[in-house]
Design a protein around this ligand. Structure first.
Ligand SMILES: C[S@@+](CC[C@H](N)C(=O)[O-])C[C@H]1O[C@@H](n2cnc3c(N)ncnc32)[C@H](O)[C@@H]1O
Length: 518
């Protein structure tokens, strides 16, 4: 039996664990390397997730990283049972999900290289928050990294008031789905009343109510209405971490940092913070009204390099999913050029060395290249570079990091090269991809990314279990279409012709999307 209201609410309204690419050990190791650390090899490490829900995030990692050992714990028996079913169906042996309470769990003398605590800290009582820090300190290996997310002030100030009012309204209800339904109706009512009375925070409430229309019930039920929700100022979080012998390393997900702000604001922050990195982070939150952080922590004895320089970038590989928007981008002047990786998703670059580098990376996509090779190639492409290789390296580092912060699809940084193997004679899609394609429109690839697929490709990927060559694949696909797999067979002929023509290129595209095991 659940022993707290909090635990019951997660059983009644299970949290749909989301895939967070920024929790991938390669991303954490990359940030560690950039800040002067020598973190454990991401492809052969031990990973722990506290409050893993159904373990979807960990399961995707376990599939992609067969040499890693993964452990997830959660006190929702419903979520753990769901996750275990998936693990069994997919046949993974390197992951364990345990039904356990963060407050009571005993890891013995186990050490973990990467510890993930996402969407928990702000929603649990103070003793559990202390316990999270204790677990991280005791069980993090010497050069390991913790990913810990939490709600921050001042960004949560208004939402906290809306939450208080909604909580008051549902105070007598115990059932989580009923609380969500009542809270939604009440917030809409409040928003309407405020629009008539011209209340000061009307616009913020209206935006909040509008955002709720697009979010699933579990978000309102847990992220907003959970009994405990304690946003903190960054400096409070940092001093708690320090008290437990852990230090702030960097943010794992950050759209901007100080150097992306307008010059006078960045200068103001620096002046107020008097060169102190922790204070700078706090002033940044004040200026941007931040409401959420995904902070990385490491042991306090680790020596960190706060300012990222090209010498650290030289240890990494770089890739992009972007293409230039213009057919012949001008890389030699400071004219703004756009590189996009999907509709409405584009980054703009002005620095010649940055544009030359992005052009080269887009030609190499989906492969990545070492930073040192990228620098050489980019310089080679410029008609004349007036800067020294060292200066170009620093400018390129700055440009790549700026794009990487905006979106990891713009610039992907990683610890090892990205290899793409062509589809074999009898291609094998990842068992997790096959499992998901049978049930959902979106699957998770071997790079912890969501890939959305049409029905035909979902069916095709399900056939890729290593038992079929090209001829068998074509025959099986055609049979499926004939039997109405794609609906009424009016476009049957053209689809069949499409399969004939496109099978090979579709298989190659799937390989480039990291859906294959080989
Ligand atoms: C908001 S969800 C986040 C799930 C997941 N980490 C994610 O980001 O998608 C919080 C999860 O923490 C679990 N949880 C909360 N308190 C816990 C505790 N004391 N011990 C174990 N699990 C806990 C809940 O059951 C729930 O699955």
């Amino acid at each position: 039996m659940p022993h707290t209201l909090n635990q019951a609410s997660y059983d009644q309204l299970p949290y749909q664990n989301c895939i967070v690419p920024q929790t991938h050990p390669d991303h954490l190791a990359t940030l560690g390397i950039l800040h002067g650390m020598t973190p454990p090899a991401p492809e052969k490490c031990r990973i722990l997730e506290l409050g893993c829900a159904d373990g979807a995030n960990l399961i995707a990692m376990a599939q992609a990283l067969p040499q890693c050992e993964l452990l997830g714990i959660d006190f929702s028996s419903v979520a753990i049972a769901q996750g275990r079913k998936i693990i069994e169906s997919v046949g993974l042996t390197n992951i364990t999900l345990c039904h356990d309470d963060i407050q009571e769990v005993d890891f013995g003398s186990a050490q973990f290289d990467y510890i993930i605590v996402h969407g928990i800290y702000s929603w649990v009582a103070a003793p559990v928050r202390q316990r999270i820090f204790q677990i991280c300190k005791k069980h993090l290996s010497a050069h390991g990294i913790v990913f810990l997310s939490y709600n921050t002030l001042p960004g949560w100030t208004e939402t906290r008031a809306f939450r208080d009012m909604a909580l008051y309204h549902v105070r007598s209800l115990k059932d989580a789905p009923a609380r969500v339904a009542q809270a939604k109706t009440f917030l809409q009512f409040l928003s309407k009343s405020w629009s008539d009375t011209g209340a000061t925070h009307y616009l913020a409430l209206k935006n909040f109510c509008d955002s709720l229309r697009q979010t699933p019930d579990f978000y309102l039920g847990h992220d907003v209405l959970e009994v405990v929700n304690e946003p903190v100022y960054f400096h409070e979080f940092e001093s708690q971490a320090a008290h437990h012998g852990l230090q702030f390393l960097s943010e794992a997900v950050s759209l901007k940092n100080i150097s992306d702000l307008p010059g006078d604001i960045a200068a103001g922050i620096r002046e107020n913070a008097q060169g102190d990195w922790i204070q700078m982070e706090q002033y940044f939150d004040f200026v941007t009204d931040r409401m959420f952080r995904c902070s990385l922590l490491c042991h306090d004895k680790v020596v960190l390099q706060r300012e990222i320089k090209a010498d650290r970038m030289c240890l990494l590989h770089v890739g992009t999913k972007c293409r230039p928007q213009s057919k012949s981008p001008d890389i030699n002047s400071k004219k703004e050029e756009f590189f996009s990786c999907g509709e409405g998703v584009a980054c703009s670059i002005q620095e010649p060395i940055g544009k030359a580098a992005m052009l080269y990376l887009s030609e190499m996509n989906p492969r990545s290249v070492p930073f040192s090779v990228l620098l050489l190639e980019a310089r080679h492409r410029l008609q004349k570079s007036l800067s020294s290789p060292e200066d170009d390296a620093e400018v390129l580092t700055h440009e790549l990091l700026k794009m990487h912060r905006q979106n990891i699809d713009f610039v992907k940084l990683q610890t090892s090269p990205r290899e793409i193997h062509p589809p074999g004679d009898k291609p094998v899609a990842s068992p997790l991809v096959r499992f998901m394609a049978e049930r959902y429109e979106t699957v998770v690839n071997l790079r912890q990314e969501h890939i959305t697929m049409g029905r035909l490709n979902r069916h095709l990927v399900g056939l890729l279990d290593g038992s079929r060559d090209r001829a068998t694949l074509k025959t099986d696909l055609e049979k499926w279409i004939r039997e109405g797999g794609l609906g009424p067979p009016d476009s049957d002929k053209s689809i069949r012709a499409g399969i004939e023509e496109n099978l090979e290129s579709t298989l190659h595209a799937m390989a480039a999307q990291s859906l294959f095991m080989n």
